[in-house]
Design a protein around this ligand. Structure first.
Ligand code: GLY
Length: 368
């Protein structure tokens, strides 16, 4: 059993702690009790997570005398949609969840985003606690208050900033992830090194392959990623500037996810990993960073057995122009102009709208 680490997110009246450690789900009752005005919570989860983690959570709550009602939604990206949002909000109202109550989101990024958004709009805002059960959710989506659902026109286009009151990242639950899901989350971990911390990227090159087996290393990686995200979110909560750096790899990644129908042909974190490789390739071709940087990114993704090239995505992809058109739905687009997170080197990312179409097309063509 490792001692939990706390990363504080100092957002004034919206400040909260992110607790990171093994066994936090079994201690959830004690961790959450100080936040409660009355001893009851509403839990929203998905069917796959419920099978694995709901019973220990409910036992931990009951051990502290906290009653829990549970809504189990279908697993999968399709749940981040209007019908399931309506279902969730109506269920919370049926449970008579009041403003002083707490809603618990137990699951990966889909559940965290959906439940956070439901909490943001329920009675104009109730508090919620994130219990992220995937590596991706622990290092990224559960922290920082971005909540929302997908539109038929694109991912995460409907939503609100609504900070959680607490995040409990139990790194032991990551033992239950498939190797593919674990690695997909790792794409977001590597992103932190690439965008702003070359030393951390070097640490990942040395230790990344052992994170799945070694909980101590895993805790360090999650805590470091969360601390980096907390610092950025604290400086730029609503993404007026610096927070956009967290989207390194995402302009490419979101377009690839759309092109593959948000299916298991490409998981979000895999799209981010390939997107990071493409962003560094683009940066080198534009003369912004030395060729050594994209080569290192590619070598690390290969070392981790992660997809790094478009040719590693199964099935047909749209042609380059159609992929670039899909990038046009990105939330960073300003006045119709695509904006990319590029890099001057490992750990030195910045936002640019000065990317020329023919260079972009060459990057995509050569990655096939
Ligand atoms: N996932 C990017 C952000 O939270 O800003």
């Amino acid at each position: 059993m490792t001692e939990a680490v706390t990363v504080h997110v100092p957002l004034g009246a919206r400040a909260y702690d992110v607790r990171i450690g093994a066994g936090l789900l079994e201690r959830a009752g004690a961790e959450i009790a100080p936040l409660l005005a009355r001893p009851r919570v509403a839990v929203v989860t998905d069917a796959s997570v419920a099978d694995l983690h709901l019973a220990p959570l409910q036992a931990a709550l009951a051990a502290e005398g906290i009653a829990s009602e549970v809504l189990v939604l279908p697993a999968g990206e399709g749940t981040k949609s209007w019908p399931h949002l309506q279902n969730c909000v109506e269920w919370l109202l049926e449970q008579q969840v009041e403003r002083r109550d707490i809603v618990l989101a137990l699951g990966g990024g889909v559940i965290g985003d959906l439940v956070g958004f439901a909490a943001a709009i329920l009675r104009r805002g109730v508090r919620f606690v994130q219990l992220p059960t995937t590596l991706l959710a622990q290092v990224d989506s559960s922290v920082g208050g971005k909540t929302g659902i997908n539109s038929t026109r694109g991912k995460n286009l409907i939503g609100a900033f609504h900070q959680p009151s607490l995040v409990l990242a139990d790194i032991a639950v990551l033992d239950t992830l498939s190797p593919r899901d674990f690695l997909a989350g790792y794409g977001e971990v590597a992103k932190y090194g690439l965008l702003g911390d070359a030393e951390f990227f070097g640490w990942l090159e040395a230790h990344g392959p052992r994170l799945r087996e070694d909980r101590r290393l895993r805790q360090q990686a999650v805590a470091h990623s969360v601390a980096m995200k907390a610092a950025i979110v604290t400086r730029d909560e609503t993404e007026q500037g610096e927070r956009a750096l967290l989207n390194l790899g995402h302009t490419f990644g979101h377009a690839l996810e759309a092109a593959t129908g948000y299916s298991d042909r490409l998981l979000h974190g895999e799209g981010v990993a390939i997107g990071c490789a493409l962003a560094f390739d683009l940066s080198a071709r534009m003369g912004l960073c030395p060729q050594e940087a994209p080569s290192r990114v590619l070598a690390h993704l290969r070392q981790m057995n992660m997809p790094a090239r478009l040719s590693e995505i199964p099935g047909q992809l749209p042609d380059d122009r159609d992929l670039i058109a899909l990038m046009g739905q990105d939330k960073k687009v300003v006045d119709g102009q695509l904006r990319f997170v590029l890099a001057r080197g490992i750990g030195e990312a910045f936002v640019s709208d000065a990317v020329e179409q023919d260079v972009l097309e060459a990057v995509l063509r050569d990655a096939r």
